[in-house]
Ligand binder design. Sequence first.
Ligand code: ZN
Length: 323
Amino acid sequence: MASKNKLSLAIDLGGTSAKMALIDTEGAIHHRWSLPTDIRDQGRYIVSNLIQSIHEQLTILDLDLLDIKGIGMGTPGIVLADGSVKGAYNLNWATAFPVKESFNLSLPLPFYLTNDANAAALGEQWLGAGAGHQSLVMITLGTGIGGGIVSGGRLIEGSWGSAGEIGHLTIDTSRTYRCTCGKYGCLESVASATGLVNLLDHYAQESIVSSELLKDYRSGAMIDAKQIINAAKSGDLLALQIFDEFSHYLALACSHIANILNPELILIGGGVSMAGEFLIHAIKEKYLNYVYPPIKEQTQIALANLGNDAGLIGAAALVIRNN
Ligand code: ZN
């Protein structure tokens, strides 16, 4: 294997599986694998399974720990200063789980940990749509909404590790969708894949527009975010109403981010960003009305482009930049 002494071990931990890879200092992925995430019993097996899998793969590849520069990992939840993780409900880590301590006890390698959205932001800034830029904010639109901030080439994690929780900005003060965090009116409750379905439930109640989407909804069909976006793209009136409000919330959030941080870029990634330029165009149009006028020509909004690899690439960047 090339660059034998320079490989970083990257982990992108998720609620259903963990993606893992060996990545060199240029960001090239040499080997990748994944394993299911076992969240039983308060997620107590997750870290030991990761460690076992690392040992197995290194044996298969005829590598030992001396060939590895360090381990970088992105995780759901909030990463505390001591390297424990809490609030990762999809892993069943509601209270603090000692992730870094567990790795340190089993693997004598430098270990770096950050929130998964932070890792994605770092990945995009290194090799993705943010390459060549020193400051960007990444918004990942999936079932929920994650956020990561890079400024001056460094992650901004906040005094307690909770910086960039863009999904939980209270942005809808009129309606009452409850967020997974327990609060009402979070950006996540109106501008994620879940948010699109929430808006459909709202608009479909009293809508009188002529709409295929509405007919499907009223016939009891299960409708997901992708179907709403595709209906909007094809001009369905109800879907366009929903999409208009959805993009309004994202534009509002982007304007607040731009006003506070004035980054070079705000990147939109995650599954919902498959809507592509159709989505970026809708956000930009409203953003220009909301943002502080001198910033209009400065902070740009664009699509992220590393897709599912952003977190892995960012996890490797954590190792490389700290060594
Ligand atoms: Zn929330």
